[in-house]
Design a protein around this ligand. Sequence first.
Ligand code: ZN
Length: 298
Amino acid sequence: MLTAHPRRPRGAPTLCAALLALATALLPGATAATATPAPQAAPPAAADHPDENWNPPAEYATGLDEVWRHMEETYPDLLGFPNYGWDHIMANGGTLQYCVRWESTTPVTAELRDQIHATLDQQVNRWIEALDGFDGFPYARVPVTVVGWAAADRSTLRWDDDAVDLHIGDLDAAGAPRCAPECDRFHHQDGDYSQCPGGEARHFDQSLWLTDGFGGGAGGDWGQRMGSEYLIDALGQEDITILLHEIGHTLGLDDFYDWTPTGVDSFLMRAGSAQRITDFDAWMARDFWRHLKPRYQL
Ligand SMILES: [Zn+2]
């Protein structure tokens, strides 16, 4: 259930399995990776290490340990992968920057553009709320800035102001509009945005990729993808399930298509079983944070 850019380490799970074939076809160079069986004599898992700040509710403790071990066994480089959503937030000092890929001929007004921005900020912060105050996570809120929009034709974007950078007619190998790779963290994990017009201030960490007629969703270190109609129809909702689920992938969380942790059966990352971030999802995110935290030398 992984895809990876050919020059990047495989790390974050990037796709919901139901869409793997389609997304693989649309993402040149993406490959479906099969989980590597765990060695019989695995070294002690990080989950074994005592941690005075780790005190999940008793009913989740076993399941959370299982989740972490499963990721250790199936991710190619769980703690070495350098481009989780956490890394984006920490590199920016508590913000996220997005570019929207509008793969649709449906016109977008300035009002709709701004609604999508506000919604993205709100949904990202659903996850941040789950982290607020936990084990040194330093941000109570992570403001989202949309720095750019990509579309095939300028006429689709019905605004005249210069609120965002425009990327018009720059198509990927599969014909989908894309934002400038020179400004994309995915391609510049060293933080060198010298080739990006506007430099680092106008870089983006993630893409919100909205595709006409796309069913389900996909998410990874590059951002999140879903149907443009789905998102527009969901704009007024408190919890936008697919977007939240895919942001969970950007934060490194896994899918649960073929197993279920002990003691839980309904949670966001188990697709179809919950509509919003549950306590168990929140604890999975906290577990991820506490394992990554040492890399930030807080
Ligand atoms: Zn998924």
